[in-house]
Design a protein around this ligand. Sequence first.
Ligand SMILES: Cc1cc2nc3c(=O)[nH]c(=O)nc-3n(C[C@H](O)[C@H](O)[C@H](O)COP(=O)(O)O)c2cc1C
Length: 166
Amino acid sequence: MLEIIKPRRSIRHFLRKPVPPEVLSSLLEAIQWAPSGGNRQPWLVVVVQKPTNIEKIKMFAPGLSGDPTALLVLCSDRSAKGSTFIMDISMAAQNVLLVATENGLGSCVIRSFNQAAIQSLLQLPSHVMPELLISLGYPAGSVEPPKRRAIEEFVHWERYGGHPDE
Ligand SMILES: Cc1cc2nc3c(=O)[nH]c(=O)nc-3n(C[C@H](O)[C@H](O)[C@H](O)COP(=O)(O)O)c2cc1C
């Protein structure tokens, strides 16, 4: 898994080549099998592939870069019980990113967008809130990995500030 996790990059430049339907199906399956609080699965996905519709979304999504060939709009069902929907959607999103990487697709999670505008554009009912966009497409070139914090910087053993050899 680390061989998929580590090379995954946020990709913001894409080739025109479309996402094959069987790969798209795998991405949707990755959402289906994501863990969720109480197994509530409070997600709903809008798949957007028509270039004119992607362009419309881009108007309300300053965080969306490049010209992806597909967009997944991951939404939460706010009428579902429980308060874990943000975590649930995030779990589903990470599954998508990893399966996309495994299939040679570039992807990027986007939170910088106008939720109300996208809700209205996609004709979502009021209890369905768009939480994350995932742009998808074959990468046009490679991207250097952004720096990561050292593991020792964020891991504590047994207690805050604890060391492994204590
Ligand atoms: C919750 C979340 C929101 C993000 N929103 C955006 C965004 O609006 N636009 C964007 O270009 N990238 C966005 N990103 C991607 C991050 O910038 C990226 O994951 C980070 O810089 C690390 O790079 P990497 O994904 O290549 O490892 C977001 C990532 C996460 C997890």
